[in-house]
Design a protein around this ligand. Structure first.
Ligand code: 5RP
Length: 222
């Protein structure tokens, strides 16, 4: 199976995760990226069985609406029963690096408001130690250079993702050469740097369920 087949397989497995909740007028949290897109495309077939979705990005909102799925503002939706999203890396503790698609802030907020985070990923995303994928950091534009200097002090090599403006009007620094031994501590450390809106470590609130697409099939772990 190629990577696209694996993404389709985990998207189908994510439908099985939400199937017990269907018919209960639920609002589902939906992530961003190519794997999440495949989930959205499959979710469309069930759109009459749930109320709608909260999107973690403008791109996801557009795709949901394109399929006739109603979208809701998080402020009106309250706590969501489930959030489905991909990851750039995921470790054995279900800590993740996210933000390759620059949607990390809204993803983290929607995840925080969700009872269950179901991470859908192909096997290439599974790592022993987070950090080969450059860690994305969303910054307020005026703070970009200051934050970059602070990140260098932590041992990272931050690179401005030129031409990218997030849905929140901010910018992204990608941290290269930044292997992370303690994701929970580093997430908190980064949160303490003024000017950082969100860092791409999803560790304090990691995934609850991992659906990993492998050549042997989808492995489900909790
Ligand atoms: C977007 C994200 C995505 O979940 C992450 O980049 C994975 O994307 P893909 O499924 O395309 O590999 O965090 O900000």
């Amino acid at each position: 199976m190629n990577q696209d087949d694996l993404k389709d397989a985990v998207a189908a497995a994510a439908l099985d995760e939400i199937r017990p909740l269907l018919g209960q007028n639920i609002i589902i949290g939906v992530g961003t990226g190519s794997t999440a897109n495949r989930f959205i495309d499959q979710l469309a077939g069930l759109r009459s069985d749930f109320r709608g979705a909260v999107a973690s990005s403008e791109a996801t909102a557009a795709r949901l609406k394109g399929h006739g799925i109603d979208t809701f503002e998080l402020n009106e939706a309250g706590t969501l029963p489930v959030y489905i999203d991909g990851a750039d890396e995921v470790n054995a503790h279900f800590h993740m690096i996210k933000g390759g698609g620059a949607a990390l802030t809204r993803e983290k907020v929607v995840a925080a408001c969700s009872e269950r985070f179901v991470c859908i990923a192909d096997a290439s995303k599974r790592v022993e130690r987070l950090g080969d994928f450059p860690l994305p950091i969303e910054v307020i534009p005026m703070a970009r250079s200051y934050v970059a200097r602070e990140l260098v002090k932590l041992g990272a090599d931050p690179v401005y993702r030129e031409g990218v403006v997030t849905d929140n009007g901010n910018q992204i620094l990608d941290c290269y050469e930044f292997m992370i031994d303690d994701p929970v501590a580093m997430e908190a450390r980064l949160n303490a740097i003024v000017g950082i809106v969100t860092n791409g470590l999803f560790a304090a609130r990691g995934a609850d369920v991992l659906l990993l697409g492998t050549d042997r099939g989808v492995e489900r772990s909790t």
